[in-house]
Design a protein around this ligand. Structure first.
Ligand code: ADP
Ligand code: MG
Length: 220
């Protein structure tokens, strides 16, 4: 009964993912900035929407571009257009994904999961966050774990990505009571508790946007 999942994550799919992430950031940038106003410097929504607008403008033609080159373009655009901690962190995420992808035209589900994990490992290599430090890693780490688990259990990629998005949302919600130990919010010490982390919030949007990878109908 379990058919082989033949979904391929190619440059067109990655373009849909990044475009959907940009749409969600555009829709929720005020909330991201409000969250950052509470425990940071009120610029996370502005940072991310500036970065993702630049990414949309820079996206190459997916028909002419391999996945790794596309992901590298996203990375370099974010690094050059986003000020603050989140630019280099998201940039590193996409850069490590590109490196893990290699010179292929498409990835299967496990290949995409592996690249995603490499991206998350890059965030850690760059920012040195540990679980529970109240950062984007608190949303990303459970997401890649849930994705791997679901794929290992034989779920089709679309279902596994839904599980990853749910895990990211739970991880984001779980940042609220935490005391920040990385980034600007850590300057507040105990006063950072009681607020949802802005970076974990945008990271949950990044994972939620993966639904567009397997939904070619959603916007071309
Ligand atoms: P800045 O803090 O420089 O103003 P942003 O407001 O754009 O940058 O991003 C803040 C978010 O970046 C935080 O909510 C947190 O999730 C994330 N962040 C900060 N430092 C780190 C780090 N060392 N590792 C992982 N994520 C981090
Ligand atoms: Mg900020």
């Amino acid at each position: 009964m379990s058919d082989i999942d033949t979904t391929v994550v190619d440059s067109a799919a990655l373009t849909r993912w990044v475009t959907e992430f940009a749409r969600l950031i555009g829709e929720q940038h005020n909330q991201l900035t409000d969250l950052d106003a509470a425990i940071g410097d009120a610029d996370h929504g502005t940072n991310m929407s500036r970065g993702m607008s630049a990414v949309l403008a820079a996206l190459p033609d997916p028909a002419q571009t391999q996945p790794a080159a596309l992901l590298k373009k996203v990375a370099s655009t974010l690094i050059s257009s986003v000020g603050g901690a989140s630019g280099p962190l998201y940039g590193t995420f996409f850069l490590r994904m590109a490196t893990a992808t290699g010179l292929v035209d498409g990835l299967d589900g496990p290949g995409f999961a592996k690249a995603l994990r490499a991206g998350v490992d890059g965030v850690v290599a760059r920012g040195k966050a540990e679980l529970g430090d109240k950062t984007m890693f608190d949303a990303l780490s459970p997401a890649v774990a849930a994705l791997d688990d679901a794929l290992a259990a034989g779920s089709p990629l679309a279902d596994a990505l839904r599980a990853a998005a749910a895990a990211a949302a739970d991880g984001r919600d779980a940042t609220t009571p935490l005391v920040a130990r990385k980034g600007r919010a850590s300057y507040l010490g105990e006063r950072s508790a009681g607020h949802q982390d802005p970076g974990a919030t945008s990271a949950a949007l990044l994972v939620a946007a993966t639904s567009a990878l397997t939904a070619p109908g959603a916007g071309g």
